[in-house]
Design a protein around this ligand. Sequence first.
Ligand SMILES: Nc1ccn([C@@H]2O[C@H](COP(=O)(O)OP(=O)(O)OP(=O)(O)O)[C@@H](O)[C@H]2O)c(=O)n1
Ligand SMILES: C[C@](O)(CO)[C@H](O)COP(=O)(O)O
Length: 237
Amino acid sequence: MTNLTEAAVIVVAAGRGTRMGTRESKQYLQLDGKPIIVHTLEVFNRLPFIREIILVTGAQDRSRCQEWVRDYNLDKVNQVIEGGKERQDSVLQGLRATTLPWILIHDGVRPFVTETHIQACLDAAQESGASVLAVPVKDTVKQVGNQGYVTATPDRRSLWAIQTPQAFRHEDLLRAHEQAEKDGFMGTDDSMLIERIGIKVKVVEGSYGNIKLTTPEDLDYAQFIRTKAAKTGEDRA
Ligand SMILES: Nc1ccn([C@@H]2O[C@H](COP(=O)(O)OP(=O)(O)OP(=O)(O)O)[C@@H](O)[C@H]2O)c(=O)n1
Ligand SMILES: C[C@](O)(CO)[C@H](O)COP(=O)(O)O
């Protein structure tokens, strides 16, 4: 492992959590007595190679987020800014708020990411230019056409489920976002935007525990992970 150059992390938390279906946005739901977003921020806040954290949230949530930043001593969170309509718009707001040369992008609703995997992701990016955390898919994945029939079965050995964090050079990611904006292209992760401007992205194997809290059953699983971690004395899944 090389010596890491310090980085900024943009934690995106401006979504509405439609698929979760709760009245409160999922990133602000309580898990073991703390908002989920606080669990996520705490992981990054204690890492020595993270210089600053930019929290991107909804306009109506900025003041309570600023309060949590104070109450939980999240001293590396130096900006709480307003996001945009889509995740991609929120990341771009975050990018425009920092000038550090290395950037990690992380979903506010992935609270179980480990310090080791964040470090491995940044390390790989600083060696190769860009990286994403991911896990090999466990299911057989099929492509399904409009009529509801299978059209293809890709070789599972080449399929990985992509997670965050994702790590990039600031200048590359900003260029990728600006190009996407110009082309009217909307991707589901930042790596897609980087790939389409011709930059290779290194895949770093993470863990199945780094789930994104997306649908209601994920909340039960999150509680299970916390309970198990409390029993084993580990703070992460
Ligand atoms: N306009 C948006 C949309 C999403 N996100 C963030 O991106 C992360 C991953 O997105 P997702 O799980 O899709 O969250 P939501 O958009 O909130 O969920 P849904 O698609 O179910 O509405 C979340 O931390 C979410 O808050 C964001 O910052 N800005
Ligand atoms: C970035 C991401 O978490 C990688 O898995 C994912 O693509 C976000 O997608 P979503 O549509 O916002 O759930």
